[in-house]
Design a protein around this ligand. Structure first.
Ligand SMILES: [Zn+2]
Length: 227
């Protein structure tokens, strides 16, 4: 798919989430491989060489990077490492998985999505081109419908916050949360530790009324000692 669709889909699915920004980066990551290819086409070949001809002289390494970043094998290994080392990143990392899934049916030929690269380097399931206006129209329509559904759900949830019954999205988030963080972190009051007695006011935090936070801009009355 086009970069715009990848970013918009990730943005809609990850909106109001703490991991939203990281997810956008992971949604863009696979096409960093394509970005490198474009750099080669633009700057690595003479100006009068078109894209198709530039692809003929493209060093093999460029396509290897592109395929590796669009492979479930590479994603799986990375996800395992992230799960062990930094499980909090997993929700954001799912944007990478989602990017590969979106590309599978809509890329063909040399850019066909090699989902099992490098185990099966030539295997891909092509179909339609993402540039086909029907594909783009369908994607943007679905995007809008999904955004509308999530927005309405959020509104309903907000209105009925006292008697809201967990729906499938809540249950999914709960299940994923349990997977990522199997041991719930004990809360401060349950531990009865020192932080149960945090003072109401932290020294130096609240300066309202002491004169230090007052307006000093144009039109302000200068304090008497300033002359
Ligand atoms: Zn891609």
């Amino acid at each position: 798919m086009d970069l715009f669709s990848h970013v918009l889909w990730t943005s809609v699915l990850g909106r109001n989430r703490l991991w939203h920004d990281e997810a956008i980066l992971f949604a863009l990551l696979p096409d960093a491989g394509y970005f490198l290819i474009m750099l080669y086409v633009l700057f690595g070949t003479p100006m009068n060489v078109n894209f198709a001809d530039a692809m003929v002289t493209l060093p093999k390494g460029f396509m290897v990077i592109y395929y590796l970043l669009h492979s479930f094998v590479v994603f799986g290994v990375t996800a395992l490492a992230v799960w062990k080392l930094k499980p909090k990143l997993l929700p954001a990392l799912s944007a990478w998985f989602f990017h590969i899934c979106m590309d599978i049916p809509f890329h063909d030929g040399v850019f066909g999505t090699r989902i099992l690269y490098p185990l099966l380097p030539n295997f891909y399931i092509g179909g339609m081109s993402w540039g086909d206006y029907r594909v783009l129209a369908g994607s943007y329509f679905l995007l809008l419908a999904t955004w509308f559904y999530l927005e309405m759900r959020e509104l309903r949830k907000h209105r009925r916050r006292d008697n809201w019954l967990p729906d499938w999205i809540d249950r999914l988030e709960h299940a994923v949360g349990g997977l990522i963080n199997p041991k719930p972190i004990p809360t401060a009051h349950a531990e009865g530790g020192d932080n149960a007695r945090t003072p109401d006011r932290i020294p130096g935090e609240d300066r309202v009324g002491t004169g230090e936070n007052q307006y000093h801009g144009p039109g302000a009355v200068p304090p008497p000692e300033a002359g």
